[in-house]
Write a protein that binds this ligand. Structure first.
Ligand SMILES: Cc1ncc(COP(=O)(O)O)c(C=O)c1O
Length: 473
C-alpha cells in the first residue's frame, strides 16, 4: 500500500480490500469504532473518517444504534456506447433552452446537480482573500494605469511556463496570452481562426458552451462520434474531413465534458498529425487536465503538436475558484491573431488577480490543493455513480469519468430528459438535459450530473427523487 496515504485512507483501503475479498460479506457488521481503534492502534477520529470514506463510496452503511454494515454489492452499470452522428455540419440553436435551464438550476434551494461547479468548501477562499489583501498592499501602483495592449503579468506567465513542464512542455513564454476565464480563451481562439459561416468539428456529445460559442459566432457544428472511454474517433474525423471545409476543431482531450474520458497518448498523437495535415486549427480545452482521477497528469494534444497548430486553453475555475475569472491560451502560431482579438475584446486581464494567482502558484500550495481536490472529486464521482446505480431505472448506462467531476448518464431509449426537466425543477431538482450537448438534437434520453459537491444525504435524496421521475416516462 502506498506510504503517502493518510492513516484513515490506509484503514479505509484495508477494509475495502476485506470487502472485495469477501472476508467481510454483504450484510456483515463491522467491528465497532472503539474496537477498530484499539486493534489498529489509531484514534477514534481516524476510524470515523475511514468509515465515512467507505460510506461515501457506498461500500458500508451506518445504521442508527447498530453500527456499520457492509452494503449489498451494487451491480456495475454498463457504460454508454459510442453513437454515430449525422453527416455534415449544422447550425447550432441551443442557447435559449440552455440559459433557461442553467438559470433555474441556480435558484436557492435547488439541488446543485446542473452547472459543473465545485462546492465552495473545496475552494481555498481564505488563502485567496489573504493574497488579495497582501498583493494590493505591496503593489500600490497597480491600479494607476495599464497599457491595455499587453497586460499579461510576467510573474504569472513564468508560473505557467513552469507548470507546462507537466503538459509535455516547457512551452515558450511568448506563446501565452492571459485571458478572463477559459470561456474568453475559447472565444478568442475561435474568432482568430474562423469567419462566420465556417464549420467547426466538435466531440459528440459536446460541451454546451462550445456549441453556444459556435451559435453566437455564426459557425456550424460538425459532430464527430466520441467514445466514452477513449475520446473523439480520429478515424471518423479523418472520414468526415476528407474533402476539406473544416476550419477548426474544438476538443477537451483530458476529461471531456460531459463524458469525462481521457484520450490515450497514441490517439492524441494521431489527432495532432491528422489535423496538422488537413490544416484544421485545433482549439484544445485542458481545464480538467490537472483534475485527473487516475494515474499521472495526462498530457494534452498540445504536447504532440509539431507545427504550432494547437491553441491550448485553460483556467483556474475548476481548481481554485470560478470567481477568479483568469484563464490563458498557449497560442502556438496563432499568437498574433489571438492577441489582436484579446485587445479588441477586453483590452487586458485584471492585474491584481493575475498577481494573486502568480503568488498562489509560486507558494507551492497549488499542488497540495490539487491532491486534495483529486481525492475529493474521485470520491464524489464514485458516490454519485453508486447513487445513480441504486436509484435510476434498471437499463441506465453510466459513464466512468477519468478526469473532472461531471457524470454522463444514459436512460432507457423512451425517456426524454428535456420533458422531464419541468417535473424535476418543480421539485427543486436540476440537471442538464442531454439534447443540449448536441447541435442536431441527439441524446434526448441522456443527462449530465454535477459531482462537484461532497456526497451528502441531501444529494442522495435528490438522486433518489430524480430516479423516481425517470422511472415514470
Ligand atoms: C470544459 C470546460 N471548459 C470551460 C469551462 C468554463 O470555464 P471558465 O469558468 O474558466 O470560463 C467549463 C466550465 O464548466 C468547462 O467544463
Amino acid at each position: 500500500m502506498p506510504e503517502a496515504l493518510l492513516r484513515y485512507e490506509r484503514l479505509a483501503a484495508e477494509l475495502a480490500g476485506m470487502i472485495a475479498d469477501g472476508v467481510l460479506a454483504s450484510g456483515d457488521r463491522l467491528p465497532s469504532v472503539r474496537r477498530l481503534a484499539q486493534e489498529r492502534r489509531v484514534s477514534v477520529s481516524t476510524v470515523v473518517q475511514a468509515l465515512r470514506q467507505l460510506e461515501d463510496r457506498g461500500m458500508v452503511e451506518a445504521r442508527p444504534q447498530s453500527g456499520h454494515f457492509v452494503r449489498r454489492p451494487m451491480p456495475l452499470r454498463p457504460e454508454p456506447l459510442l453513437r454515430p452522428t449525422p453527416e455534415g455540419a449544422v447550425p447550432v440553436d441551443i442557447s435559449q433552452r440552455l440559459m433557461r435551464i442553467l438559470q433555474a438550476g441556480t435558484r436557492p434551494g435547488v439541488a446543485p446537480l446542473a452547472a459543473a461547479l465545485p462546492a465552495s468548501s473545496l475552494l481555498p477562499v481564505a488563502a485567496l482573500h489573504r493574497l488579495y489583501a497582501g498583493v494590493a498592499r505591496r503593489h500600490p501602483k497597480l491600479l494607476e494605469g495599464g497599457s491595455h495592449v499587453n497586460m499579461d503579468e510576467p510573474a504569472l506567465v513564468r508560473q505557467l511556463v513552469r507548470r507546462s513542464l507537466a503538459w509535455g512542455g516547457p512551452l515558450p513564454a511568448d506563446e501565452f496570452v492571459i485571458t478572463n476565464s477559459c470561456t474568453e480563451a475559447l472565444g478568442l481562439c475561435l474568432r482568430a481562426v474562423t469567419k462566420p459561416g465556417d464549420s467547426v468539428a466538435v466531440e459528440s456529445p459536446a460541451y454546451y458552451l462550445m456549441l453556444q460559442l459556435l451559435e453566437t459566432l455564426g459557425l456550424k457544428a460538425l459532430e464527430i462520434p466520441t467514445d466514452p472511454r477513449s475520446g473523439i474517433s480520429v478515424e471518423a474525423l479523418d472520414l468526415a474531413t476528407r474533402n476539406g471545409g473544416i476550419a477548426a476543431c474544438l476538443i477537451v482531450s483530458n476529461g471531456s465534458n460531459p463524458l469525462g474520458c481521457v484520450m490515450p497518448d497514441a490517439r492524441k498523437r494521431q489527432f495532432a498529425e491528422l489535423t496538422a495535415v488537413r490544416g484544421i486549427a485545433v482549439i484544445e480545452d485542458d481545464i480538467y487536465g490537472d483534475l485527473h482521477l487516475e494515474g499521472d497528469r495526462p498530457w494534452p494534444i498540445k504536447a504532440f503538436d509539431r507545427t504550432g497548430n494547437v491553441m491550448l486553453c485553460s483556467s483556474f475555475s475548476k481548481s481554485l475558484s470560478p470567481s477568479l475569472r483568469i484563464g490563458f491560451i498557449a497560442a502556438g502560431r496563432h499568437r498574433a491573431a489571438i492577441a489582436l482579438q484579446k485587445t479588441v475584446t477586453s483590452g487586458g486581464t485584471n492585474p491584481l488577480t493575475q498577481l494573486v494567482l502568480a503568488e498562489y502558484l509560486e507558494s507551492g500550495g497549488y499542488e497540495r490543493r490539487l491532491r486534495t481536490l483529486r481525492r475529493a472529486y474521485g470520491q464524489q464521482v464514485e458516490a454519485m455513480r453508486l447513487a445513480v446505480g441504486r436509484h435510476f431505472p434498471a437499463a441506465t448506462r453510466i459513464a466512468q469519468p477519468q478526469a473532472g467531476y461531471v457524470m454522463w448518464v444514459e436512460l432507457p431509449e423512451e425517456m426524454d430528459t428535456m420533458r422531464s426537466y419541468e417535473r424535476a425543477i418543480a421539485e427543486n431538482l436540476a440537471y442538464v438535459p442531454g439534447e443540449l450537448f448536441s447541435a442536431s438534437g441527439m441524446y434526448r434520453n441522456c443527462l449530465r450530473l454535477n459531482c462537484g459537491n461532497p456526497h451528502s444525504p441531501k444529494i442522495e435524496d435528490a438522486v433518489r427523487r430524480l430516479g423516481r421521475i425517470f422511472s415514470t416516462p
